[in-house]
Design a binder for this molecule. Structure first.
Ligand SMILES: N[C@@H](CCC(=O)N[C@@H](CS)C(=O)NCC(=O)O)C(=O)O
Length: 248
């Protein structure tokens, strides 16, 4: 084990930004290594063998120890650097509530990323095609998720209590991408005022802007119609694709 960990990531990635912001908030020392997802460096077999068989980021290396999956990384860092209790919970119930959110997140709100990916990045990888079914699937999951978040936020200021936790950062960075890509209109936000307030509260935190800077720039470019040439071959948002024959 080492005192400085290596953080392999890409700033356009939602789960990477959540871990990045967590490390900045908790003042964890780390070496920053950007993996070129645009060129598809993560698609190389050597990358998968060395770091993560799924070829995804974020990844954390602590000496010879390698861990991937954003929540597992943040959990590890939380233990290693004895972060304040708010991030992963002080009591058994708080810890369970945070874990509940993190598990729910991977199968719901995270899947909503398809709305952003197929609107803005799919064309950069595979060219101009009709991605409307994939976008609709992402939108559907995003809307369903927002209904649940709105209800949760009637109970507390943050997703898992009155203090911020890693659950909030993970959820927040999904919305940052949707804002960057103008996926949600003003009318959409008006339906979910508590989600909006929660989003604004986290946006006001000291590190939110810096961590989100690149995706905001990329979103602005895509909204202006500028293509970002990508040499990668596969989806950046695996798991959000349409499976033929499966209704959504
Ligand atoms: N469940 C994973 C999701 C990670 C993920 O979706 N990473 C994307 C970037 S946002 C990625 O590396 N995509 C590249 C690829 O799949 O080739 C986590 O939370 O860490």
């Amino acid at each position: 084990m080492s005192s400085t960990v290596r953080f392999l990531h890409h700033p356009t990635s939602q789960p990477c930004r959540a871990v990045h912001q967590f490390m900045l908030e908790v003042e964890i020392p780390f070496e920053d290594e950007v993996v070129d997802l645009i060129e598809g460096d993560n698609e190389q077999q050597s990358f998968k063998d060395q770091y993560n068989p799924t070829g995804q980021v974020p990844i954390l290396c602590d000496g010879d120890f390698v861990v991937w999956e954003s929540s597992a990384i943040a959990f590890y860092l939380n233990e290693k650097f004895a972060a304040p209790d708010n991030w992963f919970g002080a009591t058994m119930q708080q810890r369970a509530n945070i874990q509940q959110y993190l598990h729910w997140h991977s199968t719901f709100l995270r899947r909503g990323a398809g709305a952003f990916f197929y609107t803005h990045f799919a064309e950069c990888i595979w060219g101009k095609h009709d991605y409307s079914r994939e976008i609709a699937k992402g939108r559907y999951t995003l809307d369903e998720s927002m209904v649940l978040l709105e209800a949760w936020l009637t109970k507390s200021k943050y997703l898992c209590g009155d203090e911020i936790s890693f659950a909030d950062l993970l959820g927040y960075h999904e919305f940052v991408s949707h804002v960057a890509g103008a996926i949600l209109s003003d009318a959409d936000w008006q339906k979910y005022p508590r989600v909006r307030q929660w989003f604004d509260t986290i946006t006001a935190r000291p590190h939110s802007k810096a961590v989100s800077e690149m995706i905001m720039q990329v979103g602005a470019m895509r909204q202006a119609g500028t293509l970002i040439p990508m040499n990668r071959k596969t989806s950046l948002a695996k798991g959000t694709e349409i499976t033929p024959g499966i209704p959504y």
